[in-house]
Design a protein around this ligand. Structure first.
Ligand SMILES: Cc1cc2nc3c(=O)[nH]c(=O)nc-3n(C[C@H](O)[C@H](O)[C@H](O)COP(=O)(O)O)c2cc1C
Length: 333
């Protein structure tokens, strides 16, 4: 029988299918069900940086209204810290603790952030609550024309460096978008910071326009299988070149799509839309397909197939892509 166990960020997973961050992982009942259904790990629904900031401001206002006299900055911060723990984080930390008590699969906490401000001190709480890892969803939509790419990229390194200086005992992963001037350079540099995983990619709100009502609308919250192609491109290009593990996310809807990402070099895949669309049973169907594929092709372990189709480290990726591009269009007359 094929052995589906694998390692991702130093964590041991019974199989490479991770239930990704979403409403599916926001309650203890769902997390227990995901484990029963066969998920290798779960990434909890993100706590948003803004939630922490809003609570911090609210607590500060309350403190001022209560005529709390600050004798020093540290007391004020202690007060804010305490309130945040009480009001915002307690639910999230409670979910981590309960998930750790009631399941055995790795529980990865998630924080959705865009800056390296005060929220970072709270990342340690996640660690103390028992999360096996922390995933930072750095969800910056690079749309400000007044900010250059270097400045945008610097923000990622600043966030990572601050988080790594506080979260010391659990692995940290970063979930990124594909929108960088030079994605390959960015991923490799990020992978060398001390993080243990990069999740490719975050999926942003996808816009559409209703031509009759002249309003902007969304193409839908859930992904389509065709969206996995871009992840596959970057997985084959980057696998074997990074200083940390890579996880694939977006458009992975069935067993075949998962196997492709593993062959491309992913250590694990994250699945969300397919579970919403096909139900929780899709997890065992996908891992079952992986097992059958491994048996048929005589792979005993995930490592024997992982990265088999990654690009040769010495290959000229840019030239290869250009040739494929030319061939692609010359075939159509
Ligand atoms: C309803 C819903 C809620 C989501 N919430 C989060 C979230 O809180 N944090 C996060 O990092 N990603 C969130 N995501 C994004 C998913 O984790 C994932 O990156 C994205 O859906 C692409 O993967 P998929 O094609 O398997 O759906 C959410 C996605 C959906 C559909």
């Amino acid at each position: 029988m094929a052995d589906l166990t694998t390692r991702y960020m130093g964590l041991s997973l019974r199989n490479p299918l991770i239930a990704g961050s979403s409403g599916l992982t926001s309650s203890i009942d769902n997390i227990v069900e995901l484990e029963k259904a066969g998920a290798g790990a779960v990434v909890l629904k993100s706590l948003f940086e803004e939630q922490i900031a809003i609570e911090a401001n609210a607590s500060l206002k309350k403190a001022e209204n209560n005529d709390l006299i600050y004798t020093g900055k540290s007391e004020a911060l202690d007060y804010i810290d305490l309130k945040i723990r009480e009001e915002t984080l307690s639910g999230y930390l409670g979910l981590i603790r309960e998930a750790k008590q009631r399941t055995v699969i790795p529980v990865i906490a998630s924080i959705n952030c865009v800056t390296s401000s005060d929220w970072i001190t709270f990342a340690t709480e996640v660690e103390k609550a028992g999360a096996d890892a922390l995933e930072l969803n750095i969800a910056i939509m690079h749309a400000d024309h007044e900010i250059g790419s270097e400045e945008v990229e610097a923000r990622y390194f600043e966030i990572v460096s601050k988080v790594l200086s506080t979260v010391k005992n659990i692995p940290v992963a970063v979930k990124i978008s594909p929108y960088f001037t030079n994605l390959a350079h960015m991923v490799i540099k990020l992978s060398e910071t001390g993080i243990k995983g990069i999740v490719m990619f975050n999926r942003f709100y996808s816009p559409d326009i209703d031509i009759n009502t002249l309003t902007e609308k969304s193409t839908g919250t859930l992904s389509n299988p065709s969206e996995a192609a871009n992840v596959l491109r970057w997985m084959t290009i980057l696998a074997g070149r990074t200083g940390c593990d890579l996880a694939a996310s977006t458009g992975i809807h069935d067993g075949t799509a998962m196997i492709k990402q593993l062959l491309a070099g992913a250590s694990a895949v994250q699945v969300v839309s397919s579970i919403y669309r096909n139900g929780i049973e899709v997890i065992s169907s996908m891992t079952g397909d992986l097992e059958k594929y491994m048996e048929k092709n005589r792979y005993n372990y995930i490592d024997q197939l992982k990265g088999k189709l990654k690009r040769d480290e010495n290959s000229n990726v840019a030239a290869f892509e250009r040739i494929q591009f030319m061939k692609y269009f010359s075939e159509i007359v």
